[in-house]
Design a protein around this ligand. Structure first.
Ligand code: DGL
Length: 267
């Protein structure tokens, strides 16, 4: 039986990653899980993010996927080791591919990283970039308001421009020439971010970077028949569909809500 690529995210933002993977691998079956009942992960603690990520990966493992793509930057930053101890399946997070692309693009070695509070606090991008380019200077900034702006559909609103300017000024003052969009929602704000930073600053879309990376480890299936898509969420299907329409510019099919059954126990 053909096995699917499993993708999970804290919610709907990971559809930017799904979209890049769907484009790169038209014949693969894809299973997407968005943990919409517990989003956002960005302001939560490391332990909670690890617990949630492990539960999400378990769900995908139950669906017999062949590989797991951690679309969520926050989960990738904090939970990758825990996920590797859970399963021998290949697990790909967004941090390494995004960092590699940033290092390839920078000319002056000054790289900005924007993400959720937890991603920035973890310093995962800083470490991954410095491993590849020890002389790099990495400047990170949490931009938590970007997530609700995108979910509200205000990415092109003047408010988005003002907020982006306020968040990004300190990175501009450092003279960055490359900016990693280290959160699933941020590629949807790339036009506004580029308006603020100017065209000279190269934006690294972690969704595109992960699709390229996946191409290095997966063989294209022999069949050219279009792959199937299955979407699962932990909260209402309706809300997810509406946001998915905005992100993918099309309706999605095969969407189901799943329930997590687990009893409480003291850690
Ligand atoms: N998916 C998250 C990420 O890429 C952003 C939303 C959240 O805070 O859960 O980091």
């Amino acid at each position: 039986m053909k096995k699917a690529i499993g993708i999970f995210d804290s919610g709907v933002g990971g559809l930017t990653v799904y979209k890049a993977i769907r484009q790169a691998f038209p014949a693969e079956d894809l299973i997407y899980f968005g943990d919409t009942a517990r989003v956002p992960y960005g302001p939560k603690s490391r332990r909670t993010i690890i617990d949630y990520s492990v539960q999400n990966a378990r769900f995908l493992i139950q669906q017999r996927v062949k590989t797991i793509v951690v679309a969520c930057n926050t989960s990738s930053a904090l939970a990758l080791d825990a996920l590797h101890s859970l399963t021998p399946l290949p697990i790909i997070g967004v941090i390494a591919p995004g960092s590699e692309t940033a290092v390839k693009n920078t000319r002056n070695g000054k790289i900005g990283v924007i993400g959720t509070e937890a991603t920035v606090r973890s310093a995962a991008y800083d470490e991954a970039i410095k491993l590849l380019m020890p002389e790099a200077k990495v400047y990170s900034k949490a931009c938590p308001l970007f997530v609700p702006i995108v979910e509200e559909g205000w990415q092109d609103h003047p408010i988005a421009f003002e907020i982006a300017k306020t968040y990004l000024q300190e990175l501009m003052d450092k003279g960055i020439d490359t900016l990693v969009l280290g959160c699933t929602h941020y590629p949807l704000l790339s036009q506004t971010i580029s308006q603020v930073l100017g065209d000279e600053v190269k934006l690294v879309d972690s969704a595109e970077a992960i699709a390229l990376h996946l191409g290095e480890i997966l063989e294209q299936p022999e069949s050219t028949k279009p792959g199937a898509d299955h979407f699962y969420v932990s909260d209402s299907e309706e809300k997810f569909s509406a946001l998915a329409l905005r992100i993918l510019q099309r309706d999605i099919q095969n969407l189901k809500r799943v329930k997590l059954y687990e009893s409480w126990f003291i850690d």
